[in-house]
Design a protein around this ligand. Structure first.
Ligand code: PMP
Length: 505
């Protein structure tokens, strides 16, 4: 047997919940795993964490992919014209302008993964901040020169002016070297690369690596005034100089310490929570006051799953940047894109940021095909996602009524739905208390559903009491009924049998 070298520890953890099956095929909302000589179908509600809006192995996307590969599409043609990337950018602009009612264009930077798109956004926002900071420093430098000239002229006293210039310079140098900050909601998930993981709330993913990158200030979304309090506590001032009546004075100028606000319209890995309207308003106000961009992370919520192309459309949330990935690749390609509002765009960023694999013909052409599929029939699929989602949500709400002692909440929009279970830390049953204590409660629920009902769902990664449901837009009424049956059994196990059959296998 081949020595196990590809993340064997993780495989072991999955095994404790009975989740370490090998899927060999995917079709629509079904994944198949191997059992002996057989393939066992599993109804998939994880949907590649939001990547299979068009289902696994969508036949139209597959046949287009075949055509592209058979036609020898030039995947590696870096540093040449990329009309296919431009097509994707143009299609995205048409959709975003329609949904936001704005006529300003967005420029596109391509990437390979969600986290990479977020990192591109972080870098671009830092570029903007750098330009502002350098501008301020240049103005202050010019004012210092004016003071020096006044010293030479003898119009201001030399000793005093020189001491003050030294103080101001030292203060400003120290401040300019400060690591920038990002503002993001408590519960956020924006990726696990060195930069983006610092914007991801879950300390398990973040804390070990905090010395590597710029930091976030996490803001509770339901505490009025919390955002302003965070901003206030981080407010700093650059020192400028001015001559007033023969005296040199220090003048305070706001230091641009924040890079950007980064937020998901609906927290995905944080437990499927839509941003409250009041928080959205506060975010837009504070970002405008600080003159920083609002980065809307639609990596999981975007691409039509909530009934609009952008989930932020429902909230009236307007982005200066948008990040898209997951379903952009049609369940086949690895594609991601970061969009920047034209008025904020730093064109020189294109000379500083790239990847061998990003913006390639294959992933761009697939993404363009995906966008055409979503927009077909006047966006029929958005309406389908909304109505399928409503059906799924109704079923889950009925279940909550049936099991009020097991289920705490049903949340979400369209086909991005969360089902939160009541905590079992104080349960009568020792098994349930133990599952709670493991920190993997939802994964044991997932293991049960997989073993007993051939249903695949996972908890959201940072809120393990919430199971996620993000199937394709084609999810059928029969599939939803099958899910309801599995969940009813699961809730019964928790309520009536002390969770005995949920225990590790
Ligand atoms: N942002 C959000 C909102 C996500 O849900 C995810 C992935 N779950 C990411 C960023 C990171 O994407 P990737 O895993 O492709 O790096």
């Amino acid at each position: 047997m081949t020595e196990e070298l590809a993340e064997p520890y993780l495989r072991g953890v999955l095994a404790t919940a009975g989740l370490d099956v090998e899927y060999v095929r995917g079709d629509g909302d079904t994944l198949y795993y191997r059992k002996g000589d057989d393939e066992v179908p599993v109804l998939d509600f994880v949907g590649g964490y939001g990547s299979t809006m068009l289902g696994h192995s969508n036949p139209e996307i597959i046949s287009y992919a075949r055509e592209l590969l058979a036609g020898q599409t030039p995947i590696h043609a870096q540093f040449s014209r990329h009309p296919y990337a431009n097509e994707v950018a143009a299609k995205l602009n048409t959709i975003i302008k329609r949904e936001t009612g704005s006529d300003e264009s967005y420029f596109a930077i391509f990437a390979n993964s969600g986290a990479e798109a977020i990192e591109a956004a972080m870098k671009h926002a830092e570029f903007e901040r750098y330009v502002r900071l350098e501008g301020l420093r240049a103005e202050i430098g010019a004012n210092i020169e004016a003071v020096r000239a006044a010293v030479t002229d003898g119009t201001v006293a030399a000793a005093e002016a020189n001491a003050l210039i030294a103080d101001v310079t030292a203060h400003n140098e120290a401040l300019a070297g400060r690591t920038p900050l990002f503002l993001t909601p408590v519960g956020s998930f924006h990726g696990k690369l060195a930069g983006s993981t610092q914007l991801t709330y879950n300390p398990v993913y973040r804390v070990v690596f905090s010395a590597l990158a710029a930091q976030a200030r996490f803001v509770p979304v339901d505490e009025p005034g919390a955002l302003d309090a965070v901003v206030e506590s981080e407010r700093r001032w650059l020192h400028d100089v001015a001559i007033d009546g023969g005296q040199v004075k220090v003048v305070q100028r706001p230091f641009p310490g924040f890079c950007a606000v980064v937020l998901e319209p609906i927290l995905g890995e944080g437990g499927i929570h839509e941003m409250p309207a009041t928080f959205v308003r506060d975010i837009q106000r504070v970002a405008a006051e600080l003159e920083i961009p609002v980065v809307v992370d639609e990596i999981q919520s975007g691409m039509g799953r909530t009934g609009a192309f952008l989930a932020s459309t429902h909230l009236g949330l307007r982005g200066d940047y948008y990040a898209l990935a997951k379903s952009l690749g049609g369940g086949i390609a690895k594609a991601a894109v970061m969009l920047v509002r034209a008025s904020r765009y730093q064109s020189n960023f294109e000379m500083m940021h790239s990847s061998t694999f990003a913006k390639d013909s294959f992933s761009c052409l697939i993404a363009a095909k995906v966008l055409d599929t979503l927009e077909a029939g006047d966006g029929e699929i958005y309406r389908t996602a909304e109505s399928r989602g409503a059906e799924l949500r109704n079923v889950l709400q009925d279940l909550m009524k049936e099991f009020p002692e097991v289920i705490k909440d049903v949340r979400g929009r369209g086909l991005m739905i969360g089902l939160e279970f009541l905590e079992q830390g104080e349960a009568r049953s020792a098994i349930l208390r133990e599952l709670h204590g493991s920190g993997f409660f939802g994964y044991y629920l997932s293991g049960f559903l997989l073993r007993e009902h051939s249903i695949r769902t996972f908890p959201t990664s940072s809120a393990v009491y919430t199971l996620r449901f993000e199937p394709s837009a084609n999810i059928s009424t029969a599939d939803i009924a099958k899910l309801a049956e599995g969940l009813r059994d699961l809730c019964g196990q928790i309520r009536d049998t002390d969770g005995q059959r949920l225990a590790p296998v």
